[in-house]
Write a protein of this length. Structure first.
Length: 273
């Protein structure tokens, strides 16, 4: 659900706001992709940048009224069985969804702060419903909430994307090794598909066809050489030597952003190049 007006944040497309470098939209989508193959973004035609970002990475966009969560919820409910999640839940985890999915009727999450915009619909029937206490969750409604989410820097979960949509900017040092067990996800710029970190992992995953990726907002990330040059060389295929760039977020290498490891997956989103 990403069609609100964002009045308290002062930004109608607040779901593109990054938390620890990763936009809220892709944080929530990453959690959903651990449990579901198809992800829909309910938004409004006015949210052009958000819709384009979602469609680039294989999220299916449908348009609601744009009047807010309650008004657009029936649009999402028609997709049942489905999980419906607000795009601004900064610290959503698969376990929260699994708590709801134990119910055989429409289940809505409640937290100490009240409703958080997370529901499970086993069917489109909303006449019978239950509340499920899922513990604390942080929905980002205000600049203060965003600061709190940034301070917590919650674990990010990857989307499984087509490797053809990922564009390396560096060569690798050695031959690709078969991934063993769970691996850290690859860091990628959501606007361009340029790989920021994880070139060796990408090389090893090419034959699998999909790769777990964390989609970063490159504008929020620091790099030791001009960012525009990195993007240009990646798009043109003029790769730097190995270990040329060093990408950081607030002084820490982006590989230190808390992230769930993943195994190579058969499922993948059909992103656009």
């Amino acid at each position: 659900m990403a069609g609100g007006r964002g009045t308290r944040m002062g930004d109608p497309q607040k779901c593109l706001r990054p938390v620890c470098g990763i936009p809220l939209l892709f944080r929530v989508a990453g959690v959903l992709h651990q449990l579901a193959d198809e992800i829909y973004v309910v938004t409004t035609p006015g949210h052009v940048e958000l819709a384009q970002a979602a469609e680039r990475w294989g999220l299916k966009v449908i348009y609601g009224s744009g009047l807010g969560y309650p008004q657009d919820f029936p649009t999402a409910a028609r997709l049942a069985p489905a999980v419906v999640a607000a795009c601004d839940i900064a610290d959503l985890e698969p376990r929260h969804i699994q708590l709801l999915a134990t119910q055989d009727v429409f289940a809505t999450a409640v937290t100490p702060r009240g409703y958080v915009g997370l529901s499970y619909l086993p069917s489109a029937d909303m006449d019978r419903w239950v509340e499920v206490d899922v513990g604390s969750l942080l929905d980002v409604d205000t600049p203060e909430d965003l600061e709190e989410a940034e301070r917590r820097c919650p674990t990010a979960y990857p989307l499984y994307v087509d490797v053809a949509c990922l564009k390396p900017h560096e060569e690798t040092l050695d031959a690709a090794l078969e991934p063993q067990g769970e691996i850290p996800p690859i860091a990628v710029d959501y606007r361009t598909g340029v790989v920021l970190d994880g070139h060796h992992r990408l090389k090893a995953l090419l034959k699998h066809g999909s790769a777990p990726a964390l989609l970063f907002d490159y504008q929020a990330v620091d790099v030791n050489i001009p960012r525009e040059e990195v993007v240009q060389r990646a798009l043109e295929g003029r790769l730097y030597p190995p270990k040329t760039t060093w990408h950081t977020y607030r002084g820490k290498h982006i590989s230190q952003i808390p992230a769930a490891k993943a195994r190579p997956a058969a499922k993948k989103l059909r992103c656009r190049t």
